[in-house]
Design a protein. Structure first.
Length: 328
């Protein structure tokens, strides 16, 4: 069995309020990832995806604090380390992030080559500094892999590039130091369909070439994850409620929330074009309050009286994980 590249064990995160009150934004998240694996994470806004990303990078900056659990990259823990240590020795090298909105992620008054060179320079070991010409050649060789006009892109300001070129530049900069894990936070959300295809192809090419080892792909679009991810984890109210292969989760969901999420989406498949999307009634529970019972019970059409009393634990249903004791 191949070695785990990335391990998340019972990770819980909370925000600390000014009066000592805690908002438990992520609760008991666990998963392992192997070489070449892409894990998709989906869920509605406010489910805890962005907070989870901060925890997975070891960037628990107050008021965000780790409650319990661990995150490891090739066995090295990222928990309980200073922000300075994480920035110097982890980010961009072991774990890197492709942010949502490339235009906002790039400094508008600096050329792409200068932004990228800063990443290399910031993580050079003492006594091993590279000359500006060496850095530029390294950038050229890497950006040549992306199918763009390398010299023009590197010497351009972000405003001079198309949305697709900006996004590919961000991906290039994020993976310059060959990180073990890349976390992509909705990297295609602001792109048209044809540009989405180019960006996704670029991601697969980088993974195939070994530029990075594993990837977490976060998006609201479950149909997109079906074509991108090997496995999919569904989040609701800070918990993972279902995790399985992309085929299992999209084509045969077992958790009531996953079923509702799929039912609320438009489908491009011919067999389902006449089906109208059905909105999920109600709203997620407040994570600032103590939650008793199943977190989805108030919105679940299959809920039983005991669902509102009994905490739901993750369990195996067939060969997938589901947080519902009544799922079949």
């Amino acid at each position: 069995m191949s070695e785990n590249i990335f391990e998340v064990e019972n990770l819980s995160l909370h925000y600390l309020g000014r009066f000592g009150d805690k908002t438990h934004a992520v609760t008991d998240v666990s998963f392992n990832m192997k070489q070449g694996e892409i894990l998709g994470i989906a869920g509605e806004s406010g489910c805890g995806k962005s907070t989870l990303v901060s925890g997975l990078m070891g960037m628990c900056i107050p008021p965000l604090y780790p409650t319990s659990g661990d995150v490891r990259v090739r066995g090295e823990s990222l928990m309980n380390r200073t922000v300075e240590d994480i920035r110097s020795n982890v980010l961009a090298q072991k774990v890197s992030m492709i942010p949502q909105g490339a235009f906002n992620a790039l400094n508008p008054v600096r050329k792409i080559k200068d932004i990228a060179a800063d990443v290399i320079a910031a993580h050079q070991k003492p006594g091993s500094s590279m000359k500006a010409s060496e850095i530029y050649e390294r950038l050229r060789s890497r950006f040549d892999l992306f199918g763009m006009d390398t010299d023009r892109v590197l010497n351009s300001f972000p405003i001079q590039l198309t949305a697709g070129e900006r996004q590919r530049s961000v991906i290039g900069i994020s993976t310059l130091l060959n990180p073990q894990m890349v976390i992509a936070d909705e990297p295609t959300s602001a792109l048209d369909v044809s540009t989405q295809k180019e960006v996704i192809k670029m991601i697969f090419d980088l993974l195939d070439k070994g530029i990075f080892s594993t990837m977490i792909f976060i998006t609201h679009e479950l149909p997109l994850l079906y074509h991108v991810a090997d496995n999919i984890a569904i989040m609701y109210a800070g918990e993972i409620v279902e995790k399985g292969t992309a085929e299992q989760v999209v084509k045969d969901p077992r958790h009531p929330y996953t079923k509702a999420l799929m039912g609320a989406m438009l489908s491009s498949e011919k067999s389902q074009r006449t089906r109208k999307p059905v909105a999920i009634e109600g709203a997620p529970p407040s994570l600032a309050k103590k939650i008793v019972g199943c977190r989805f019970a108030e919105r679940c059409s299959f809920a039983r009286p005991e669902c509102k009393k009994n905490t739901q634990n993750i369990r195996m249903v067939g060969d997938r994980e589901v947080r519902c004791e009544y799922a079949q």
